[in-house]
Design a protein. Structure first.
Length: 143
């Protein structure tokens, strides 16, 4: 004898396609316009601060490079490198400065030349600094 077991599956009635409410997802045009407007406002407020920050960092880097070059010239003089005085000459028109060997600003042998960024300018009354051999005592020559 076989026992037949049947399972009754109850299917819910499906309404017609016309009666199903469609869910819309996404953003409305008004929401997108508000977000874009806020982004524009925040961007215009932060750009000047970002540029000021960038310019300040560039100025710090250039100042540090000039100080490093001056210290390098002094170190060459103190160590007696090539048995000579060493100096730094500032070439304002070319926006450059050079390390040179010798005891005269005009006739010293150029050792190395450094260029500043186009956005940076040298401004000073100092034309040249010469460090005495072995002592490193500076002699400053003004324009």
């Amino acid at each position: 004898m076989k026992i037949l077991v049947s399972v009754l599956i109850i299917m819910p009635k499906v309404k017609s396609q016309k009666s199903i409410v469609k869910c819309q997802s996404g953003f409305t045009l008004m929401e997108l316009m508000i977000v874009i407007g806020l982004l524009v406002i925040f961007t215009t407020l932060t750009i000047p601060y970002g540029l000021n920050f960038y310019n300040a960092r560039m100025l710090e880097e250039e100042t540090a490079s000039v100080a490093t070059v001056i210290e390098r010239a002094r170190a060459h003089a103190v160590s007696g490198k090539e048995d000579s005085d060493w100096g730094v000459r500032f070439l304002y028109a070319q926006n450059q400065f050079t390390i040179f060997k010798g005891s005269s600003c005009g006739s010293g042998t150029i050792y190395q030349t450094f260029n500043l960024n186009d956005s940076t300018e040298l401004e000073s009354e100092i034309n040249c600094i010469i460090f005495e051999r072995h002592t490193g005592i500076p002699k400053i020559y003004n324009n």
